[in-house]
Design a protein around this ligand. Structure first.
Ligand SMILES: [Fe+2]
Ligand SMILES: [Fe+2]
Length: 155
């Protein structure tokens, strides 16, 4: 098992967000260079990373955030957005990499994730910082869960 580094919950999620953005950028470059196989590998990687990220948020982070915040609207919206992303990821799994719809699905997924990430980082996270939620111990719990999921999924 790889070393679990201690990061507070928000920094851990922000690092995941930057990683996903980086992968979507790499996808665009591979697409423009018509490197279909490479493009497909990057898509597979970003989908796996997003599924793990969403799972960690849904099982650990969002419940803790719900308990710490009065306002549930943001978290309800976040879960609806996750479902949209998961639906697109599922569709991508059923689409061939040389199908013209493959690029369209990745593009829409990246746009939806961009919007979702903005809401988390600009609305949800600042609100949570004002609560007494223990972001360090939450981060530790999330890092452990993330490693376990990675191992289980071979991601
Ligand atoms: Fe997130
Ligand atoms: Fe999320």
């Amino acid at each position: 098992m790889s070393e679990v580094t201690t990061q507070n919950a928000l920094d851990l999620l922000i690092a995941d967000h930057r990683e996903a953005e980086e992968l979507f950028e790499q996808y665009e470059k591979a697409k423009d260079a018509e490197k279909t196989k490479e493009k497909y590998e990057i898509a597979r990687k970003v989908c796996a990373a997003l599924l793990i990220h969403m799972q960690v948020e849904e099982t650990i982070f969002y419940p803790a955030a719900r308990a710490a915040l009065e306002d549930e609207d943001l978290l309800n919206e976040a879960e609806v957005e996750h479902n949209g992303a998961k639906d697109l990821i599922k569709q991508l799994g059923e689409t061939e990499a040389d199908d013209p719809m493959f690029d369209a699905k990745v593009k829409v997924l990246s746009e939806q994730i961009e919007h979702h990430v903005e809401e988390e980082e600009n609305e949800l996270f600042p609100k949570l910082k004002k609560t007494d939620l223990d972001l360090d111990s939450l981060g530790e719990e999330m890092a452990t869960a993330k490693e376990e999921l990675k191992e289980r999924l071979g991601a």
